[in-house]
Structure formats: C-alpha cells, structure tokens
Design a protein. Sequence first.
Length: 145
Amino acid sequence: MYTNWHIDSPSLAGEHINIKELGIIAHALQNWAPLHKGAHIFIGTDNIFSMTAVNKGSIRNTKARKIVGKIAEIAMFYDIMITAYHIPGNLNCVSDSISRFHSKGQIDRFQAYLASSGYPITPFSFWFPCHMSELCAIFVLSQAH
C-alpha cells in the first residue's frame, strides 16, 4: 500500500522507520479489514520490529504500543486473526518500489521492474482515488510461465 507520510499521516512523518512500518500495517488493516471479516490475514514485512510487535500483540515502545493496540482493535472488531512473517529486504523489491511512488520516475521504474521480473502488469491494473492520498495503486500480478 502506498503512503506519502507527509500527506497521509503527518503525525508519523518524522518517526523512526520501525514506527512507520508498524503504522502502515495498521493503515492497511483499517482500509482492508472490512473486506476480510473472519479471515486469517498473513502480513509480510521486511521489518523485524513490526513482525514481532504484531505477533506478540505488545511492545515496550509507547508509540508502537498505541499502534499495536489499534491493530488489535481492528482485528477484534472484524474477527480477524493476524500473523506477520518476515520478508528479507532483498526480496521485498515490489513493496520498496511502491513506497517510493512519490519520487520522480519511480512509477516507471516499478513498471519496468515488474515487466523484467516475470510479473507483468495485467489489463486489470488500475489507479483509483484514495481517501488517504492523491492516488493509490492496485496491481493485479500474474506469474509469467
């Protein structure tokens, strides 16, 4: 999920990357949980801090604890079970690329990466207005054989 911190969540814009990584998990759940009532959701992250906080349901850091509380609240409200797992940073190319969409030329680089990696953008890819930012992107990826 793309987030421009200065626009979407200014209160987190200046925070440490660990807080931002945890914040984006809460943000994604807030937006998508209503579509997944009663499901078991697996969250991939390249941030060990976030993975640990989500799986333990607690963390010592005060700011992180508030975010973990929000994640738990969303999960309870929608009867969702959440499991976070680690994605090594070197394998997290798509998410890292999406996180830089606000940088000039990054969308073109992202599309080139997908095309070269065997995950072409399908005709079902689309852009849509999003209440949290100017644009959000959804890409339907298909494995090329």
